[in-house]
Write a protein that binds this ligand. Sequence first.
Ligand SMILES: [Zn+2]
Length: 318
Amino acid sequence: MLTLSDFPLWFLRAFAITMGLLWGSFLNVVIYRVPRGMSVVRPGSACPSCGAPIKPWDNVPVLAYLWLAGKTRCCKTRLSPRYPLIEAMIGLLMWAVLEVVILRLHPATPAWQALVVYVVDLLFALGLVGAAFIDLEHVYIPEFIPYGLSALGVLSFWTRPPLTIREVVVGAFVGFLIVWLPFDFLYRKLRGRTGMALGDATLVMTAGAWFGVEGAFFALMAGAVQGTLAAGLMWFVKGKLDDHEAVARERAELEEALAKLTPEERAEVEASGRDPILDEPEGGLGARIPFGPFLALAMLEYLLVGRDVMQAAFGVGE
Ligand SMILES: [Zn+2]
């Protein structure tokens, strides 16, 4: 049987990075089409501006963006740098997975088993990077991503020794509850609105399903610290926190709708509780910064270095 040690290192690296780049390219399609309710398989790659089909060689990850100088060939529309960025991110993440996960497996590990571990971690990276970029653009996370990743995390517990099935199942429950109970359930009872979206609770559930209770707490803490740092940096650089584009749009639409109402209707709406978005001062610290991308970032960090960091910091996981 073929084992991991039968393959030269250059081949493993080329394979890990190339696969990452190609699936990163597909992820761009998912990020663009899923929130717009479009199929991810049909039609094939087409220019978002004029609809012309894209030639395979103009679809080569990262490189095509460079030789097209950031513009489409058909109608010279500017291409978002998000496309090569996401391709490069998945390519680099999968290179890191090879170095710190796959190459730490025993050299006698059957090749198919190493491939399963690679595919499982590839799906993890694709799901999290996809969730992060969809959340950044639309302030929502398609449900199938955290639920799908949670199921995959429980089923693939054996690829992350010494985790047990019990630890990942408990981790998923605890991960969901530590966010949902205080931030959704209680907050809604006390303040009449939610503090964090259900999407965030399901993402912390994903962290628990992948790394147990310890991983769920790591994701929540590391995500909160990095999200706060990013918000602080944005506030420092710009002097204010921009409302998220989609939130700003929603706010404008609501204000417009309110302006059209008769005074009686408006009084009725206000009595029944205004939309919380309108009660928050624009650009203040109440501005909504999507938390999803920071949770996703923390989970990828945990996959690559989490166990080492936790061991060094607290001596856990020995
Ligand atoms: Zn075009």
